[in-house]
Write a protein that binds this ligand. Sequence first.
Ligand SMILES: O=C(O)CCC(=O)C(=O)O
Ligand SMILES: [Fe+2]
Length: 291
Amino acid sequence: MNGDLSMQLDSMIKIKKKFTLTERQILHFETFGFLVRRQVFKPEEIEKINEEFSRRRVSILAELDPKEKKNFRTWPIRNPGTPFIASLLEDPRIYVPSEQLVGEDSVLFQSNCNSYSVDTNWHSDTKYRHLRSIKNVMYLQPTNGECGALRLIPGSHKSPLYDELVRMGLDLYVDDCESFFLKDSDFRGEDIPCYIFSSQPGDIIIFNQSTWHAAYGTSDYRRTCTFNFIGNPKTVEESQELHSMVERAGKHSFKELPVQGPQCHPQWLANSEGNIRRARWINKLRKLGFL
Ligand SMILES: O=C(O)CCC(=O)C(=O)O
Ligand SMILES: [Fe+2]
């Protein structure tokens, strides 16, 4: 093997080792449906992320009409307007643990910047229970129970707890955004027993998207970056679910919620850097019908 190539391989193996989750971390994720990783990104990186976040948010808002402005919340990061944030997708700090949890042949799915001006009620991100999908979330401001922290119900990604929560009506009552359960009880969303992800910028939480979660205590607007991966379907049920996801998502944004612009900007798709992992994701997304 040529010397350069062997050095490159060596350094790739070292990087991979450095960010590889331990068996216990994986067990935590499998059991509770989430895993917290502290201080994955450095303060100077967070500063850069915040800068790009703000600049792009302002430039998108400037183009929207008042009605669109009201609903504006989410915009994709695979865009030349946020090059540093987009580069995090190809950063081993994100993809190494994600691939461990959903497979080396997993696909990078929705990946967004989000700005929330209201609380988020209890929900799970997905109704597709066979397909493995995970979300890496980084809050760009400090959070705690009183101030916008993500809350999760441990173990709620699994049956029967998942189904009990559906049955008790904890999720949104679509018309007035209140849950059946909370409406007919003296409980508030904040009273539901849960883990509260108090975080500092740079911390990351990875959760199985079936896990029930919420956030309360919104002041000003809250900022997150989210990186989602879906497992390559292996069973008939997984393939069927993915097929329905493709049908429902349409080709525009992979998503039903309003997202500003396409998930993958043509420049990202051009992959002029020749990133091998990105090329694999693009091929897969094409094959699956998302592009
Ligand atoms: O911070 C929030 O409002 C909750 C976000 C959420 O539901 C998500 O990232 O899936
Ligand atoms: Fe969510």
